[in-house]
Design a binder for this molecule. Structure first.
Ligand code: ADP
Ligand code: MG
Ligand code: ZN
Length: 639
């Protein structure tokens, strides 16, 4: 809503600008008009250069009407009544005849000729001004023209810049001066966010640590009396979509204070110094409506460590310094609370994190099982649900998702219900939408041929069988060979009975074996392998590598750490901390793990070859298998 208002403001301003522009154009128009009228009114006289000897001949022939002797040249006009043939004899060179007129001014260079004045006296010719002086005014204007043009371009340029940064009106100087001002456009203000802690589900610890700040904003006096200083800021840290923005809004909503929202990347703009002046501007405005909350999203855009190996960015540094000094500057009980969000806390400048600034860190991580269940319920409350929906089951199937994913799932389920012509959302809708969000949309138009379908079926059942038959078994939830848009041709969902935070070496090996089960099945049944295992292989290898480099689970290295994690809240990329030689050894260790797991998978499947065939053929026919169907087929085999 605020954004819309801002847009309207912008439009109003630009209309105003167009109106005031006309009078400013006036001087330019005047100058153009002047030049034009000079040309047409004949201020420009025709001039003609002649030799000094010709001048003397004309003088002797008595054809000259008036003469003006300048410092370096002599101008003269001819008598209209003069003898045309005599003049032509003297002047004409290229056969053109000249009719003497009063308008044409003849010019010749002034020679050192002391007798000239006497001679002119004798002939009785008038000494007057014949060379038009207006010329000089024109030449002044002409020589000024480039400057005028330059100023015009300069002016237009700054107008454009000022406009781009949302800046205001005014002349050339106004344009420059206003670049950094551009108030109210850099952040949005919500007087009432309308969000409360009830809207944020599953982040109990985060809510708890923020509740104290709400209490402070409610009654700062209580804290001031004891002498406790106001908490200045908190940093919300966690992966995208986990509800950081939502939490910040909830704090404002709970405290009933205005919410200033801006993102770090908006701070860093083209003009040097603008970021800093925006910070200043923001804090000034906020101070007027204190108590309030300032929320800086993506603070890593400005708050990066100042001494990076990639060189420095002056603009960003200035902005950061301004932010630091503003945070120090506001008195301890002004009632401004600064919240910031990032998913890369490790790149932040230590100065930002020291006490008195963002000293509190609130971790907003991916929700756990009960968390997911309650997030689903929060969002399900907004749509018409069938009463018997089992949110626990949905939460179980959506391990690893964020709050934003879950909100999306509920919405997708509602869309599906509408598409099916139902008026309420059913369990089936929800489970379908989990798959939709996790595995991508079902792609009905991609049809596998018979051979591909067999291969995919055996591949998926291979995963499922290895998963069910190994020591650290996980129940299979669903097997499907309906292709999805995300690239997988089939899909086996096995769900742990609870969320796991700690995995043992045996369990990790079990996971790798399970991932390699698909490839193993292809190998056993078809004697050939397909490209369908690419993703399995990638995941298995990365698990095995982590076991060696991070979890200390290899025979060769034991508990030696060989990689350190960076960006653990974003993509979890790791940076090697060992020598190249050791790197080669790591590769070898990883290969050993993969090999032994692969052998294990093949062995497991060979032991259960009948089940593999039976279940795969069933799957080829049905395309979908539930966990129960799978288990009953498996047990039937054992009997
Ligand atoms: P972030 O700022 O961490 O990237 P957001 O706060 O913008 O994530 O979350 C995006 C959306 O996801 C929210 O508007 C909300 O609908 C939903 N969401 C995320 N986390 C939660 C949660 N814990 N409880 C309820 N809804 C959530
Ligand atoms: Mg956000
Ligand atoms: Zn697979």
């Amino acid at each position: 809503m605020n954004n819309n208002n801002n847009k309207n403001d912008n439009r109003d301003a630009s209309q105003k600008r167009r109106i005031v522009r006309l009078p400013r154009m006036l001087p330019m128009l005047l100058i153009l008009f002047l030049i034009g009228s000079m040309i047409t009114s004949g201020t420009f006289q025709v001039t003609r250069a002649v030799d000094y000897s010709q001048f003397l001949d004309l003088l002797d022939s008595g054809s000259i009407a008036a003469v003006e002797v300048g410092a370096s040249e002599i101008g003269f006009t001819l008598l209209e009544s003069a003898d045309a043939t005599a003049i032509n004899n003297i002047l004409s060179t290229d056969g053109k005849t000249i009719t003497p007129d009063a308008k044409t001014v003849y010019i010749t260079g002034r020679m050192d000729d002391p007798g000239l004045v006497d001679r002119l006296r004798e002939s009785g010719i008038k000494f007057t001004q014949v060379v038009p002086k207006n010329n000089t005014l024109l030449s002044i204007i002409l020589s000024l023209l480039p400057f005028i043009l330059m100023i015009a371009i300069y002016y237009a340029f700054f107008r454009m810049m000022a406009k781009r940064s949302g800046g205001g009106d005014g002349g050339i100087l106004g344009g420059i001066g206003n670049v950094g001002k551009s108030k109210a456009k850099m952040y949005s203000v919500e007087e009432k966010t309308g969000v409360t802690f009830l809207d944020v589900a599953g982040q109990d610890e985060a809510k708890e640590s923020l509740a104290e700040m709400v209490d402070y904003l409610h009654q700062p006096g209580k804290y001031a009396k004891i002498g406790a200083k106001q908490p200045r800021g908190a940093l919300l840290v966690g992966p995208p979509g986990t509800g950081k923005t939502l939490l910040a809004k909830a704090v404002a909503g709970e405290a009933g204070v205005p919410f200033f929202h801006l993102s770090g990347s908006e701070f860093v703009e083209m003009f040097v110094g603008v970021g800093a002046s925006r910070v200043r501007d923001l804090f000034q405005t906020a101070a007027k409506s204190a108590p309030c909350i300032i929320f800086i999203d993506e603070i890593d855009a400005i708050g990066k460590k100042r001494d990076t190996q990639f060189g420095t960015n002056d603009e960003r540094e200035q902005t950061l310094n301004q932010l630091l000094s503003e945070m120090d500057g506001f008195g301890s009980n002004t009632g401004i609370l600064v919240l910031a969000a990032t998913n890369r806390p490790e790149v932040l400048d230590p100065a930002l994190l020291r006490p008195g600034r963002f000293d509190r860190r609130v971790i907003v991580d991916r929700p756990d099982l009960p968390g997911r269940e309650s997030i689903l319920k929060v969002h399900a409350a907004k749509v018409a649900m069938e009463p018997d929906v089992d949110f626990h089951a949905v939460a179980l199937a959506s391990s690893g998702t964020t709050g934003a994913d879950l909100a999306n799932m509920v919405n997708e389920a509602a869309l599906r219900a509408v598409k099916m012509g139902r008026s309420t959302v059913s369990q089936e809708d929800l489970i379908e939408s989990v798959e939709l969000v996790i595995a991508g949309k079902e792609k009905k138009d991609r049809v596998l041929n018979e051979k591909e379908k067999r291969m995919v079926a055996y591949h998926e059942v291979g995963h499922a069988l290895v998963s069910a038959k190994q020591k650290h078994a996980q129940p299979v939830q669903k097997i499907t060979i309906i292709p999805r848009t995300m690239g997988s041709l089939g899909y086996t969902m096995s769900v742990p009975e609870e969320d796991r935070y700690l995995l043992t070496r045996g369990e990790l090996l079990g996971q790798i074996t399970m991932l390699l089960g698909g490839r193993a099945a292809e190998q056993i049944v078809f004697g050939d392998v397909s490209t369908g295992a690419a993703n399995d292989i990638e995941r298995a290898t990365s698990l095995a590598r982590k076991m060696v480099t991070q979890y200390g689970m290899s025979d060769a290295f034991g508990s030696m750490g060989l990689e350190s994690a960076q960006n653990q809240y974003l993509d979890g990329r790791n940076v090697s901390t060992c020598s190249e030689q050791t790197g080669a050894q790591i590769d070898n260790e990883v290969r050993l793990i993969i090999e032994s797991c692969q052998n294990e998978a093949v062995a497991l499947l060979e032991q259960n070859r009948d089940a593999l065939n039976r279940i795969s053929e069933y799957l080829i026919e049905k395309e979908n298998l539930t966990g129960e169907q799978f288990m009953s087929l498996l047990e039937q085999d054992a009997a």
